[in-house]
Design a binder for this molecule. Structure first.
Ligand SMILES: Nc1nc2c(ncn2[C@@H]2O[C@H](COP(=O)(O)OP(=O)(O)OP(=O)(O)O)[C@@H](O)[C@H]2O)c(=O)[nH]1
Ligand SMILES: [Mg+2]
Length: 446
């Protein structure tokens, strides 16, 4: 999502950079383009206006910092205001209170409630060390209860044994007692969805709210549904007084304006975003990071977090040492490739690296994934001794590896040559001294 918007904004900033001096007129011109880009991305008119007003007053009113060029200064104001539009500081899901803390997820049909309940359970267990308990309270759609039970089984998270002939309110009330009994500290309620907001559903949700007094009522909204998502959110909020919003399907290719308008139009914080169908595809929502990403400035912090989740820091330190001594082997490389695969599709990772999209714009990502697979096949066909010390790779060994991996000796030669060059480069970079944040990323990604 946001690719078109990012492209347009980058173009605007590039033009601005071309100007020797930045005048009020340049800024007016740039703001006009930003306005068009936002409207085309389907951001609500009111939100766009408010955004532009504050960018303009800051751009014309502030001294340019000595360390920044005027266009950088302007870019920074746009970035900061975009972050404000998305919710400013960003908010963590607050979970203080006597257990079990009750979280109720609501939303229209198909918005992603059931999937998000499972994703949240995984997140809360992993990142917050909590013991969630899942409650299927959708008794209307056939198999809805079963859907959550299966997800719970996959995650090994307990699910209340709801029966479809009970009322949702009765299910919720009973599940609370069951959660206490088995020391679950969070109750995650999956509610029914409807095609449109209707009175019956709202009354049911309100009765659950009154009885269980949930700590959070979170709206699950599908970002692909555009301005409709904003209207639904306002409808749900007026009846239930939401505590937060979870935006799903941000991995889709819709224009994304709904996501950008939601905070301002509903006045409730966006707490998470869903970025895929898999259960680990849920991310805490950080307005400043998304703002940087939209402006094509990448998102190094998210990349670092992703890397840290996948990598043991001890391992990173070990690789660091090897790199410095130029002893990083094909075996280490192989292990890193495996870790890389765990972090998700290549395309997603590239979005996090500043400028990477631009560099690879014409490159076919499918091709790159294939290339990685081929490299992996070659390395897998080597013996451990060969991986540790490629210098023993004579002609007959190379021929054997080519056969084993379905490649050619030329390809083996090229890989070895590239590997040795990359290793040199990594060594040189690691000698540049401490570079703060970058030291927390495994060498291969720098
Ligand atoms: N790509 C993508 N798909 C998602 C995301 N979240 C949910 N989905 C998909 O959206 C579809 C509907 O998800 P559900 O979780 O069943 O939605 P629901 O709101 O519970 O639907 P009802 O119970 O029928 O109201 C499923 O195919 C999910 O895999 C997301 O963040 N990205
Ligand atoms: Mg559901």
């Amino acid at each position: 999502m946001f690719e078109t918007l990012t492209e347009k904004l980058e173009l605007t900033f590039r033009k601005l950079r071309g100007q020797g001096k930045i005048s009020e007129r340049n800024i007016e011109e740039a703001l006009r383009e930003v306005r068009l880009a936002l409207l085309e991305a389907d951001v609500h008119v009111k939100v766009v206006k408010e955004f532009l007003d504050s960018v303009k007053s800051k751009a014309l009113g502030q001294e340019v910092l000595a360390s920044l060029t005027p266009d950088q200064h302007f870019l920074r104001i746009v970035r900061d205001e975009l972050a404000v539009m998305l919710g400013g500081e960003g908010r963590e899901l607050e979970l203080k209170g006597a257990p079990p803390v009750v979280l109720m997820l609501v939303g229209l049909q198909g918005s992603g409630k059931t999937t998000t309940v499972a994703k949240l359970a995984l997140y809360l267990r992993k990142a917050k060390k909590r013991n969630p308990y899942l409650v299927p309270a959708d008794v209307y759609r056939p198999a809805a209860i079963e859907q959550l039970k299966i997800l719970g089984r996959d995650l090994d998270v307990p699910v209340y044994d709801s029966a479809p002939d009970e009322s949702p309110l009765a299910i919720c009330e009973r599940s609370l007692a069951a959660a206490r009994q088995q020391f679950s500290d969070i109750l995650l309620i999956d509610t029914a969805g409807r095609f449109h907001i209707d009175e019956e559903l709202m009354a049911e949700l309100q009765s659950i709210k009154e009885s269980l007094r949930p700590h959070h009522i979170l709206l699950v909204a599908d970002a692909m549904t555009g301005q409709d998502a904003v209207r639904q959110a306002q409808g749900f909020d007026s009846r239930l007084d939401l505590t937060g919003i979870i935006l799903t399907k941000l991995d889709g290719d819709a224009r994304g304006g709904a996501a950008l308008s939601m905070r301002k139009m509903v006045g409730k914080p966006i707490l998470f975003s869903g970025v895929g169908e898999k259960l680990d595809a849920l991310e805490p929502f950080y307005p400043d990071r998304l703002a940087s990403r939209i402006l094509g400035m990448g998102d190094l912090l998210s990349l670092i977090e992703k890397a840290e989740q996948t990598y043991e820091q001890k391992e990173v330190a070990r690789l660091q040492k090897l790199t410095q001594k130029n002893q990083f082997s094909l075996e280490d490389f192989q292990a890193q490739l495996q870790q890389l695969k765990k972090m998700g599709p290549l395309g997603d990772l590239l979005d996090l690296v500043p400028g990477a999209r631009k560099l690879t714009q014409n490159a076919d990502l499918g091709q790159a994934e294939k290339e990685l697979k081929r490299i992996e096949a070659i390395i897998n066909s080597m013996t451990p001794a060969e991986r540790r010390d490629p210098s023993i790779l004579n002609g007959s060994r190379r021929k054997r590896i080519a056969q084993g991996s379905g490649t050619t000796v030329t390809e083996i030669n090229r890989l070895i040559k590239q590997f040795l060059e990359m290793r040199k480069l990594m060594q040189r970079m690691s000698k540049l001294g401490s570079r703060g944040l970058l030291n927390r990323i495994p060498p291969l990604f720098r």
